[in-house]
Structures are given as C-alpha cells and as structure tokens.
Design a protein around this ligand. Structure first.
Ligand SMILES: [Fe+2]
Length: 285
C-alpha cells in the first residue's frame, strides 16, 4: 500500500512564462519564491513552493504527492514496477529542481504523471500574496481519468486514498481528514483538471469573484457551494485553459468509523447546491 500524505506541488508547462507568472501573482494571488532561467516557482503556504511553471508544452502536467519516508518511497517504486508502471527515479539535479530530497515518477493508469516526493522543502518565510486573496494554502487537485472505476481502484487499493463521495462515477478521494485531496473527473485525455487553493472565508471567495470578473478573467463555475464537501467555491480559467479553484469551508472527516460515502448525481445539482451551472467540460455530461 502506497501511503500518500499530502499533495505537494503541481508543475505546468507553458509557452508564455511571463503571462503565466502575471496570472499566478497578480490574479491568483501567489508569491514568486524563485525564478530560474525557464522556471518560476510560487508559494501559497509555508512550503517552499506549491506550483511551478516552466517553459514547455502546456499539456505537460505533473502532480506531486508527499511520501513519509525513504523506505515508503522505495517500496512504492517496487510495488508500482510489479504492477507494470514504468518508474523513473529522480536524479539529484531533478530533485533539486523540485525542492525535494528524493522522488520517483510514474504514470497513473490514465497516463497522469505523478511524482512521489520525500522531504519537500518548507520555506523559512511566511507566504504573503501579491494581492490579498485570503489564500491559506494549496489543497487539492482534480485529475482527469479515462476510466473512473479503474483509477478509483488504483488510488484506493494500490494507494491509501479513500472515497469520501462520488458525483456520478467521479470519486472525491481523501488521504487524511480533509474531505478530498485528489478528485478524478472523466475525460478523454489525461492531465490536471483543476488546481485548488483554500481561502480563509466565503467572503474571500466573493471578493475574488468581483476582483477577477472586473479583470475579465473567465469564470467557469460559481460562486457556489459543493453539496459534497460543503465548501463555498469559485472556479475560473487561468493560463493555457487550466482551471483554478478557490474554496473555503471544506468538510473534515474526523471520525472514519462514523462516515459513509455518499452518491451524488452527475448533474449541476451534484456539484452545486446554490444552483450554479458549470462551464467546465469534465463537470458536464
Ligand atoms: Fe475542487
């Protein structure tokens, strides 16, 4: 069993690093933690970085998940290889570029590139955004799946994720008490489907709605409230069509024994209890 601890960072290729940096800072509200020749790293919480944009193919997405020990990392590599996944062992140089001590990379059954990382760096300084978006941290990712039941089995049987709820066949998966850290949404291709940052309050969600709307950022869903996690949310489009989400008030599942997963319909009311309709292809039939 691969013991996932938390999402650590995402890496996204872009042909317009300056444009992506402008969006990530001035609009999304992240802070540049480091600039390289063709990479920019962003902070959203106490960690050294939680997002990295690099000059490259905009379809090149990586999601990284933290692993607790070197032993867990090597047993994960062995287990993945046994299951037929090609496992890449990160070089020292690659690990440095990711600000982690060691990592391995593989593709999940849909072809999403996943990095399992050990000892990701924490920053010595607090995060403070360029604008006050109220961000409290990078929190979860949506991943595209080309076969939701197959990928649910991978994340819950090969890894330690548990299903919190399902919207249609789309499972919302938790790896700690947070309602979901990884969510799988049916699609025809792999990739990161959305990137979530938590904000302090529902007021922050609404403030950002007005702030981003005034600047012609395309809103794709919300403001609304998820009936699954109970979080208030806003989804909007960033560089290269990537969907970003702010949410606040995500449910915490403290007592595993008392919790039972629930089934929600794969229609707008399964995604929003306030009546918002998603303009996100993976949230629509
Ligand atoms: Fe989300």
């Amino acid at each position: 069993m691969i013991k996932l601890q938390d999402v650590s960072y995402v890496r996204l290729g872009t042909q317009d690093l300056e444009g992506a940096t402008h969006f990530a800072t001035d609009y999304l509200g992240l802070e540049v933690s480091e600039r390289g020749k063709d990479t920019v790293y962003f902070k959203s919480d106490a960690r050294e970085h939680t997002l990295c944009y690099f000059e490259g193919d905009p379809a090149d997405h990586t999601a990284a998940v933290e692993i607790g020990s070197r032993d867990d990392l090597s047993s994960a590599a062995a287990q993945l290889e046994k299951l037929g996944h090609a496992v890449e062992i990160g070089t020292a140089e690659q690990a440095e570029a990711r600000k982690v001590r060691e990592f391995i990379a593989f593709k999940d059954p849909s072809g999403n590139r996943i990095e399992l990382v050990w000892r990701p760096a924490h920053g010595g300084q607090r995060y403070h955004g360029v604008r006050d978006a109220g961000i409290t941290g990078f929190s979860h990712i949506g991943l595209c799946t080309t076969d939701a039941p197959r990928d649910e089995a991978f994340w819950t049987q090969v890894c330690n994720a548990r299903v919190s709820d399902r919207i249609g066949d789309a499972p919302l998966l938790r790896i700690d008490e947070v309602h979901h850290t990884i969510a799988l949404f049916p699609s025809s291709k792999p990739g990161i489907q959305h990137i979530n940052h938590q904000v302090e309050s529902g007021d922050d969600v609404m403030r950002s709605f007005n702030f981003l709307n005034d600047r012609q950022v395309r809103m794709v869903f919300g403001p609304g409230r998820h009936p699954t996690s109970s979080a208030k949310f806003l989804y909007f489009e960033g560089p290269d069509g990537m969907v970003f989400e702010y949410s606040s008030g995500v449910r915490s599942i403290a007592d595993e024994l008392l919790y039972r997963e629930r089934q929600f319909p794969f229609e707008p009311k399964g995604f929003c209890q306030w009546g918002a309709k998603p303009d996100v292809p993976e949230f629509r039939k």
